[in-house]
Design a protein around this ligand. Structure first.
Ligand SMILES: NC(=O)C1=CN([C@@H]2O[C@H](COP(=O)(O)OP(=O)(O)OC[C@H]3O[C@@H](n4cnc5c(N)ncnc54)[C@H](O)[C@@H]3O)[C@@H](O)[C@H]2O)[C@@H](O)CC1
Ligand SMILES: [K+]
Length: 545
């Protein structure tokens, strides 16, 4: 099992809220008051001197939160203007609206009204998890204004606090409904977003991280119902979705840092597991023809650095000379063809293989059948993925980890990539998470779709083919310098090394992705892939609590 912060889809969040309310343990109004109080509290924490705030309230419960925020800020000497809609919301929001109306008026939610008076802070409580279609008309104009389409880019951005998410953002996918999926200059950017109970996928994927600004996850007392909903008998409902993201604030008890110590334990070489090098696993990296050895060597070095007991690099005989240099700890063995690989794999101590980096597509195509037949844990990257796109899924199994970047993913799963790139016209939009899960289901392998929002998905369990497998989002928007030649080869090697050490494929891929990111964070801008393997030990040390 992997440790991180649990994420909830919007459907899961709604189900937990319904359970909580149905139990009689908490009412909808109480939840709304806690949500509003959490946002008002964050505003007062960051802007201790009361000023002018404009609260924009939408037609549903997100708007209900807005009315609570307005009331609480008005009590603490803020000058509050509320812009709202002339509609009758659900009972909880209606009650909060009436409470606000005892304190002040509701002005029309229009761009003209919004522009009439400048504010120190704008609170976007227009849409949250209930967004189902692209905003249009007057609301779209209000959102465009907040996004800076008047040419005053950054004018509102630094003063925008969003409730649950920037309105228009689909919280399941991180896409803006009705807009292209690429970044756009008038996307709504917040300085601060406060969400409730758990992050949602849209906070971590696509436009979410850039547009939410700082994300605070506020506890509104749903813990007991979330835990119940993720129990083993309910596992179709929640859990199965984990975030690894070092930059957002969650209630103390759920900090990923608490889990990092457990990871460190897994990585530590211990007496109890046997002092012999073979007891820490033997990984093999299949290298390619002369002139292409660098990528495989990066992978092999990384596999050594994550603690595999032995790592052997296996180029064709003609390329052996290229691998004569350091590291001296690396073993070398020629593998010329499929027969040679089959023979070598008779050695049961070889626990994991990495194929793809610098391998050459033809060679990968030749070596894949015996490798897959052996049933060994393996990482298929780069040229192996190109070979696989032509060969189909035959022979793949749940000990395989596929590590495509976006381009490789679209060669392997063209229909999914096409749907993922399409402009979403209703919510929830197909997410990178959905697409990666579907890819894992189709291929029967663990799929790691790379990006600043890496998604790792396991295939469904054999005994539950219709359930979704566990998935992990590793958010790395803060380390753009990791997008550099060879970084993917290092990641493939890290995962192969962790597989050799006996970690499950999903854990090896997720922890590998985390270690890769943590190492890059420690290096900073200017990083080249060669720097990464040798800095992995430093990242290990940081894991120790
Ligand atoms: N359910 C609960 O108990 C809680 C909900 N909370 C808040 O409630 C929010 C969810 O509330 P809702 O489910 O009411 O959803 P929203 O408040 O996000 O909005 C839903 C309303 O907007 C309409 N709508 C959707 N897309 C539209 C569009 N493009 N143009 C115009 N109208 C559109 C829907 O038909 C619905 O009436 C959360 O994001 C959170 O802020 C919090 O108060 C915590 C407790
Ligand atoms: K909002």
């Amino acid at each position: 099992m992997l440790f991180g912060t649990e994420i909830l889809t919007t459907a899961q969040m709604r189900a937990i809220e319904s359970d909580a309310m149905a139990s009689g343990g908490v009412s909808g109004v109480q939840l709304m008051q806690r949500a509003g109080a959490a946002v008002a509290g964050q505003i007062r924490l960051r802007w201790p001197k009361p000023g002018r705030v404009t609260v924009l309230c939408g037609p549903g419960n997100n708007g209900g939160d807005g009315y609570v925020i307005a009331r609480l800020l008005a009590r603490t000497d803020w000058q509050v203007r509320v812009l709202g809609m002339d509609n009758e919301p659900g009972p909880d929001a209606a009650e909060m609206k009436r409470c606000w109306q005892k304190a002040g008026p509701i002005l029309p939610l229009t761009r003209a009204e919004l522009r009439r008076n400048e504010a120190d802070i704008y609170v976007d409580a227009i849409f949250g998890t209930g967004l189902t279609r692209p905003p249009v008309g007057e609301i779209a104009e209000v959102l465009d204004y907040l996004g800076g389409s008047d040419g005053d880019d950054g004018h509102v951005r630094q003063r925008l606090v969003t409730v649950d998410c920037p309105s228009g953002l689909c919280m399941d996918s991180g896409a803006f409904l009705g807009k292209p999926r690429q970044p756009s200059a008038d996307d709504l950017h917040a300085r601060l977003t406060i969400t409730f109970d758990s992050p949602k996928p849209g906070h971590l994927l696509e436009r979410g991280p850039a547009c939410c600004g700082e994300l605070v996850v506020a506890d509104i007392g749903l813990h007991d119902w979330r835990v119940r909903a993720s129990g083993p008998e309910q596992d179709h409902r929640t859990a199965h979705l984990t975030a690894i993201w070092p930059r957002f604030r969650v209630p103390d008890a759920r900090r990923p840092a608490a889990a990092q110590g457990i990871w460190a334990e897994w990585l530590e070489k211990r007496e109890g597991s046997g002092g012999h090098k073979f007891s820490h696993g033997h990984a093999m990296v299949l290298a390619g023809p002369p002139g292409h050895g660098g990528a495989a060597r990066l992978a092999a070095r990384a596999a050594l650095r994550v603690g595999a007991g032995l790592v052997t690099i296996c180029p064709p005989g003609a390329a052996m000379i290229e691998h004569a240099g350091p590291p001296d700890a690396l073993m070398r063995r020629a593998v010329d063809d499929a027969t040679a690989l089959s023979d070598l794999l008779q050695d049961q101590r070889i626990g994991a293989l990495c194929i793809g980096p610098g391998c050459g597509v033809e060679r990968a195509r030749e070596l894949l059948p015996p490798l897959l037949d052996s049933g060994r844990a393996c990482v298929l990257d780069a040229d192996a993925l190109t070979a696989l796109a032509a060969m189909g899924w035959n022979g793949l199994h749940d000990r395989c980890v596929l590590t495509p970047h976006g381009g490789e993913f679209s060669r392997l799963f063209p229909d999914l990539a096409e749907r993922l790139a399409a402009r979403p016209d209703h919510g929830p939009a197909l997410s990178k998470l959905d697409a990666t899960r579907e890819a894992a289901r189709r291929s029967g392998a663990v799929v790691l779709l790379k990006g600043p929002d890496t998604v790792i998905a396991a295939p469904p369990r054999r005994d539950k083919p219709n359930a979704t497998g566990h998935a992990v989002i590793h958010s790395a928007f803060d380390i753009p310098w990791l997008a550099t030649a060879g970084a993917g080869d290092v990641l493939a090697g890290i995962i192969a090394g962790l597989l050799a050490r006996g970690l499950t494929p999903l854990t090896a891929a997720s922890l590998g992705s985390f270690l890769h990111g943590a190492t890059a964070r420690g290096i900073g801008p200017g990083l080249i892939a060669d720097d990464l393997p040798d800095r992995i030990p430093g990242a290990f040390l940081d894991l120790v609590p």
